[in-house]
Write a protein that binds this ligand. Structure first.
Ligand code: ANZ
Ligand code: ZN
Length: 830
């Protein structure tokens, strides 16, 4: 035996890094895809990072998940695409650059270099020949190209609208970027600002975006639900209400037209165009104006929140309920939003919780029109709204009808009489894509005094971002400062005109990068034929924080580009996997919190393999995992133990043996190794890596166990040799460096990472030993392990001799003894 060598991850990992790069491993070649069309493609995609700050173990976990899947698929004969790139534009880079007083481009490129280095230390062989950098003209020129396509398709619109404005970031935000009234980026309070903005008409795709969620069974249900809620489809009725004494009418949107006879007042959003006119001449003008001003100064998001107190004011006017001619007072209240439905609500306090609270507060009438089965509600006795269906009352010809059944008939009546119709409403709003920031894709449009808005011709793309020295936000777009750049001849009439100075939301950049990766092209944003081969992404891995934003936008852009004829897939991501956070001290690792463990630190101390396995083993990959020093050390010890198991017998004897000729102990080992291969196969497919690794640990233990009292020989027993070989095989995607080393030392001359994935023998798994729980007088008291074909007599003997069982049976008379084969032993004693 050779003297024991220590497991030295540093030297070993560096050595393999080198050899792989030199061509030893096919999978490690960055240009491995070549030009051949893939036979059985598999597209693994990790959400690309903002190259800001340093990579930490939270990132490492994300990328390790993708790498395990990629390696596994490659070894199963797939042509695997696993690309990486940089979401390089955007606020994080810009803010960081401002802080350090360097240019965002310089800052970004420096980070990209660091990120790449860290990824290579982790041993992740991305298809670097497909790398994208969204801040480079050869990428953002195509983002502009796509903008122009959407413009031609009438999916781009300029709207003056109250925009979400973040005073601290000095920019407009999309609704999706405002969380509970705060800026998603800086947590600052968001205000409203009236601005002309560019929008993508994502609402044109609302129904398809909703319907196609059904075609995504491999997405987490939670994410699909969040998307469904964000789209917020509701079916209802819109009908007109004439205004008493005014030649005006407005419409209301309701999902509960069955309650229409119970409307006792109506409520307008404070921003509604008719508010001022309604109050005119009623003597309520001043009061209404003051109320509106107050509400508009309030936060638009908190305004409608459940916890917010509902406040309002009477306009002095009345509307007429078209179904029964009743006059009802018109109010203005904070809880009605202009952007939803028609911005007017028919209030039915008896059956709507918000309306109920409001009516009680202001002494407005409450009229129950839906009765719980067998009950009669009276306004005075009600403590809250009755929101369930029931039997209609106080509803004219509909009295006595079941409310859910009558709903449709009331809608039909309104349609017949010409003042109402059935409509579908969506909560989804159009996507505001303009930003008053520097570090983004310039919007390829020109404003001409004569021709209006003129798109930049395709052949003039890219519209390059000028290199600005002072790019700090000033409330207007910093690009305004680049006078030479702004001044341009109108592409249509040739006269002096001005470039659009807003840049695009970076979510536009990330809404199509997966298409560029799989089908790079010099003539188009991506090649159609290649895109149709590679798309959809088979597994997409990223954070749950993108459940609505990025994933909704990417789905929309994919559909729009399909409709532009650029490719033919409906959905970009077949399976979505949302990984859990890595926490330190119970909080998600983050640079801003300062609780990060850097990849370099871990690689220096323990090696990449230990870091990778720890992040994948400590908990299921979709759950949080807490980074602990003891935990990493545990994994390091495991890998050292694995190393020692191989040590001294690098030249293994044969792994051939006849399973029928094995003694019990070797047979158990034989069963175990097949079970482990099966477990890894199934668990990698389900992304349950932690249980797979646990099974490998057991096999290591069992092998040591056999060795401890088995024959210690110069060359291992073929079953042990086969165990070692299996361990190398199945752990290779997790610990690529160490397994490559062990594989080489076993005498293999080719890379384990290019070897076919091992198979298992289902027959080997059949246990011929069973463990049966033993019940005494109805309670489980112990268990017995017996041969699967043991007879009742044998089982009885073993069961009664078991010390746990004996505690309840000793000295007592056995009245009853029964074996349910393979399941249970039942004993009754007295
Ligand atoms: C009368 C009614 C009676 C309502 C009742 C509900 C219960 P979803 O399901 O989310 O689409 N609504 C309509 N427009 C609104 C606006 N701009 N701001 C605030 N609330 C508005 O919600 C539809 C319901 O929300 C509508 O149905 C309307 O109240 C209210 F027993 O009409 B309902
Ligand atoms: Zn012009």
């Amino acid at each position: 035996m050779s003297p024991a060598e220590h497991y030295d991850p540093r030297g070993l990992e560096e050595r393999w890094q080198h050899r792989w790069r030199e061509g030893f491993c096919r999978f490690a070649q960055p240009d491995r895809l070549g030009l051949e069309p893939p036979r059985d493609k598999y597209y693994v995609l990790d959400m690309f990072p903002y190259p800001s700050g340093k990579l930490h173990m939270g990132h490492a976990r994300n990328y390790a998940i993708g790498d395990v899947i990629a390696r596994y698929r490659h070894r199963n004969g797939h042509t695997v695409l696993h690309p990486m790139g940089w979401d390089a534009f955007g606020l994080p880079a810009e803010n960081a650059a401002i802080q350090r007083d360097i240019h965002p481009d310089e800052w970004t490129q420096a980070n990209i270099a660091t990120f790449k280095e860290a990824m290579s230390r982790l041993g992740i062989p991305y298809n670097w020949d497909r790398e994208v950098d969204t801040s480079k003209p050869d990428y953002y020129g195509w983002t502009q190209w796509i903008f122009l396509q959407l413009y031609e398709m009438n999916l781009v619109e300029r709207k003056a609208s109250p925009a979400n404005w973040c005073p601290s970031c000095q920019t407009v935000l999309a609704n999706e970027q405002v969380v509970g009234g705060l800026c998603e980026r800086c947590d600052g309070k968001v205000t409203q600002k009236h601005l002309e903005q560019w929008f993508f008409k994502i609402t044109d795709y609302a129904q398809e975006l909703l319907d196609d969620l059904e075609a995504l069974p491999e997405w987490p249900e939670q994410v699909r639900t969040m998307q469904r809620n964000w789209i917020g489809r509701s079916e209802g009725v819109e009908f007109e209400l004439p205004i008493d004494g005014l030649d005006e009418a407005f419409s209301v949107f309701t999902t509960r037209v069955d309650t229409v006879y119970g409307m006792t007042y109506v409520v307008l959003a404070p921003e509604h165009r008719l508010v001022e006119k309604l109050a005119q001449g009623t003597g309520h003008e001043a009061e209404v104006q003051q109320f509106v001003d107050e509400v508009l100064a309030q936060d638009r998001f908190l305004r409608a929140a459940d916890e917010t107190e509902k406040v309002g004011v009477f306009t002095g006017r009345y509307a007429v309920n078209p179904v029964n001619g009743r006059r009802v007072p018109i109010w203005v209240a904070n809880y009605v939003l202009l952007e939803y439905g028609t911005g007017v609500v028919m209030a039915v306090p008896a059956h709507d919780t918000r309306d109920f609270a409001f009516a009680r507060k202001y002494g407005l009438e409450i009229l129950p029109v839906i009765m719980p089965p067998g009950e009669t509600l009276t306004a005075a006795a009600m403590n809250d709204a009755y929101v369930e269906p029931g039997v209609m009352a106080n509803s004219g010809a509909f009295d006595g009808r079941e409310s859910t059944a009558a709903l449709d008939d009331i809608a039909k009546m309104m349609e017949r009489e010409g003042y109402g119709r059935r409509v579908i409403n969506y909560r989804l709003r159009d996507w505001c894509i303009s930003r008053q920031r520097y570090w983004g894709t310039p919007i390829p449009l020109v404003h001409c005094p004569k021709c209006g808005v003129v798109p930049v011709p395709y052949e003039k793309l890219p519209v390059e971002l000028p290199h600005l020295v002072d790019f700090r936000p000033q409330g207007i777009s910093p690009l305004e400062e680049a006078a030479d750049w702004v001044a341009v001849d109108c592409p249509r009439c040739g006269k002096p005109a001005r470039r659009e100075v807003d840049t695009m939301d970076t979510f536009v950049d990330s809404s199509w990068y997966f298409l560029r990766y799989c089908a790079p092209s010099a003539e188009l944003p991506f090649d159609k034929e290649q895109a149709d081969i590679w798309m959809p992404v088979d597994t997409y891995i990223g954070g749950i924080n993108h459940a609505v934003l990025h994933l909704m936008y990417a789905r929309f852009i994919t559909k729009a580009l399909r409709d532009a004829g650029l490719h033919s897939v409906d959905e970009p991501f077949k399976r979505l996997f949302t990984q859990g956070m890595v926490t330190l001290g119970g909080k998600a690792m983050s640079k801003s919190r300062g609780n990060v463990v850097g990849i370099d630190t871990v690689c220096d101390k323990y090696g990449a393999d230990t870091g990778r396995i720890f992040t994948l083993f400590a908990s299921p990959p979709d759950r949080e995992m807490e980074w602990t020093e003891e935990g990493v050390e545990g994994i390091y010890r495991f890998l050292s133990r694995l190393w020692r198991l191989f040590d001294g017998r690098w030249e293994l004897a044969s792994t051939e043996y006849d399973p029928d000729s094995l003694d019990d102990e070797l047979k158990a080992l034989h069963r175990k190794r097949h079970a482990v291969v099966k477990k890894f196969t199934k668990d990698i497919e389900r992304i349950h890596f932690n249980t797979a690794v646990a099974a490998a640990m057991e096999l290591v233990n069992d092998t040591y166990g056999y060795e401890a009292h088995g024959e210690v020989a110069e060359s291992a027993h073929p079953v042990v040799a086969a165990c070692l070989r299996d361990l190398v095989d199945v752990l290779a995607p997790f610990a690529p460096f160490l397994c490559e080393e062990l594989n080489a030392r076993l005498g293999e001359s080719t890379s384990v990472h290019d070897r076919p994935w091992p198979t298992w023998d289902e027959d080997a798994l059949e246990a011929d030993i069973v463990t049966l729980p033993v019940q005494v007088n109805g309670k489980i008291r112990g268990q017995v392990t017996v041969a699967a074909d043991a007879d009742e007599e044998t089982i009885r003997e073993i069961a009664l001799a078991d010390e746990n069982v004996a505690r309840y049976t000793d000295g007592k008379e056995v009245k009853f003894f029964k074996v349910v084969p393979g399941k249970l032993v039942t004993i009754a004693v007295k």
